[in-house]
Design a protein around this ligand. Structure first.
Ligand SMILES: Nc1c(NC[C@H](O)[C@H](O)[C@H](O)CO)[nH]c(=O)[nH]c1=O
Ligand SMILES: CC(=O)[C@@H](O)COP(=O)(O)O
Length: 156
């Protein structure tokens, strides 16, 4: 898990996390990585809202609703899409990535892409707290940086 090294003040920041249940062996580890990094930055547990959706394909809709709600300063989208036998993998990944990117670009708050798109479960586990780090922790750091940048630009 990446150490929190920035000076992005997490105090009083309310953060949303939209997370897929599919492959929750992986996504629960992504969530823990994100939570621990947010805690290190001063975000309190009460200021983290977690919303579970069936799969990565459903992340964009819930992320958009949360973005439009005005409740949070930023959102982390977490999922784990592991390739199967058919092209379904490609469509789920594309829908999740394109949908999340659009909401981040068009919406009022930044949305981080923390959806693993791997060929094997081992690759996914390695990126959820294994030897390749924790994508949830990475996204938490990135989100705090994006919130800080937005506040600097908007002079909030
Ligand atoms: N195969 C994976 C899925 N598939 C399910 C879809 O995300 C979606 O829930 C379903 O098609 C109904 O709309 N989802 C993941 O998150 N990861 C996968 O590996
Ligand atoms: C990413 C998926 O949707 C995948 O798990 C589905 O597996 P399959 O392509 O074998 O149906």
């Amino acid at each position: 898990m990446k150490e929190y090294v920035g000076n992005y003040d997490g105090e009083k920041q309310r953060i949303g996390i939209v997370i897929a249940k599919f492959n929750d062996l992986v996504t629960k580890r992504l969530l823990e990585g994100a939570r621990q990094t947010l805690f290190q930055a001063g975000v309190t547990a009460g200021n983290i809202e977690v919303y579970w959706v069936p799969g990565a394909f459903e992340i964009p809709r819930t992320a958009r609703l949360l973005s439009e709600s005005g409740r949070v300063k930023g959102i982390i989208a977490l999922g784990a899409v592991v390739r199967g036998e058919t092209a379904h993998f490609d469509y789920v990944c594309a829908a999740a990535a394109n949908g999340i990117a659009e909401i981040s670009l068009q919406g009022a708050v930044p949305v981080m892409f923390g959806v693993l798109t791997t060929d094997t479960m081992d690759q996914a586990l390695n990126r959820a707290g294994g030897k390749a780090g924790n994508k949830g922790s990475e996204c938490a750091l990135a989100l705090l940086e994006m919130i800080s940048l937005q506040q600097q630009i908007q002079k909030i």
